[in-house]
Write a protein that binds this ligand. Structure first.
Ligand SMILES: [Mn+2]
Length: 354
């Protein structure tokens, strides 16, 4: 393997050009999940605690309501567990994937943890690609795992191909591309973001496990909510003011927590471009979240960021978020819309602001 210098932007462009494409309209329904990290079902399996919520979300909602499913990378945790063990252990999950696939409603992309599927064909026959592209009235939405925006990716890609060529057995390569360092996550997001701006398009990624809606992180969104609520407080009836004040306190504590978790020193770096976020970058989050599962869905010509969680969610979370959690009938699982906007509006803003 010659250590050739890679022009990451060039490489990134080539990757996106090879996308699997589908046209969508206001009747289309798509849901995007990423980063399941399916394992062996033991305590080391990060997916296990959220299995039931995930199963219910797919079976009792998205399959039932005729959604198409995009599994956006890192579905199998192949750096820690062999594929046959994962397949055997998570049969109910693969049966659900099959149900989508049988209706021609499943697309799966490669992540950095399941990259070897590119070189060793898995036993299932799903539509597999590096990138999916949904086109909506002339606007393009690219859906890919996100590690492609990292420089280390090409090296890893070559290495996986090389090792598989000479050694038949599953890999145990050290984890290259996922880093929990905020700095590296910014770099990946920034590269995807700038690429989107240069082409007036939308990207939906996963990989960093960090939610983004219209290029805004949770911290930005919380600040925005607090600001809105303070304004609302002033013009509200006294009977509503108490609950608004509670919500403000709740968001403040969430903001504090987010700062601690991410250890963020420069929070302004979230908004990358002239202090005005262009709404082109989205991240569906992860299925292995501590408190919830997150996904993005496209339906009725709208993009929505959704949280799924079970009844063990703290009560105050349901009370003060100001969101509207809906208990899925005959289940113990809640669905909550965190953000939503019309695709028309998102594309119009991209066009106007870029
Ligand atoms: Mn990843």
């Amino acid at each position: 393997m010659a250590a050739t210098k890679i022009d990451i932007n060039e490489h990134f462009y080539t990757v996106l050009k090879g996308a699997w494409e589908s046209n969508i309209n206001n009747q289309s329904r798509w849901v995007i999940f990423s980063d399941l990290h399916l394992g062996d079902g033991s305590v080391r399996d990060d997916f296990k605690p959220n299995f039931e919520s995930f199963q219910s979300a797919l079976r009792d909602y998205y399959l039932k309501h005729n959604y198409s499913l995009i599994l956006n990378g890192d579905v199998e945790e192949l750096q820690r567990f062999p594929l046959d063990v994962i397949l055997k252990n998570w049969k109910p999950v693969y049966m659900l994937f099959d149900a989508f696939a049988n209706k021609n409603r499943l697309a799966k992309t490669y992540g950095n943890y399941d990259l070897q599927l590119k070189f060793q064909k898995p036993p299932y026959d799903y539509q597999m690609s590096e990138v999916c592209k949904l086109s909506y009235e002339g606007g393009h939405i690219f859906i890919y795992h996100g590690h492609q925006a990292s420089k280390k990716y090409q090296r890893q890609n070559d290495l996986v191909g090389f090792i598989l060529k000479y050694f038949a057995n599953p890999l145990r390569i050290k984890n290259y591309a996922v880093s929990h360092s905020s700095k590296r996550q910014y770099k990946i997001e920034k590269r995807a973001y700038e690429h989107d701006i240069s082409r007036n398009q939308i990207s939906i990624i996963g990989h960093t496990h960090r939610l983004l809606f219209e290029s805004l992180h949770k911290v930005d969104r919380l600040r925005f909510e607090i600001d809105q609520l303070c304004r609302e407080y002033l013009i509200s009836r006294p009977s509503n003011q108490e609950s608004i004040a509670h919500s403000i306190k709740f968001y403040q504590s969430e903001l504090e927590k987010s700062h601690q978790i991410d250890n963020l020193k420069n929070t302004n770096s979230f908004i990358y471009h002239h202090n005005l976020a262009i709404p082109c970058l989205f991240n569906s989050g992860t299925v292995i979240g501590k408190r919830e599962i997150t996904c993005l869905k496209i339906s009725d010509g709208k993009m929505r960021l959704i949280h799924w969680f079970d009844k063990n969610i703290p009560k105050k979370y349901l009370q003060y978020t100001g969101y509207d959690p809906i208990l899925l009938p005959n289940t113990e699982f809640y669905k909550m819309v965190i953000n939503e906007d019309a695709l028309h509006y998102i594309f119009a803003r991209i066009k106007l602001l870029c």
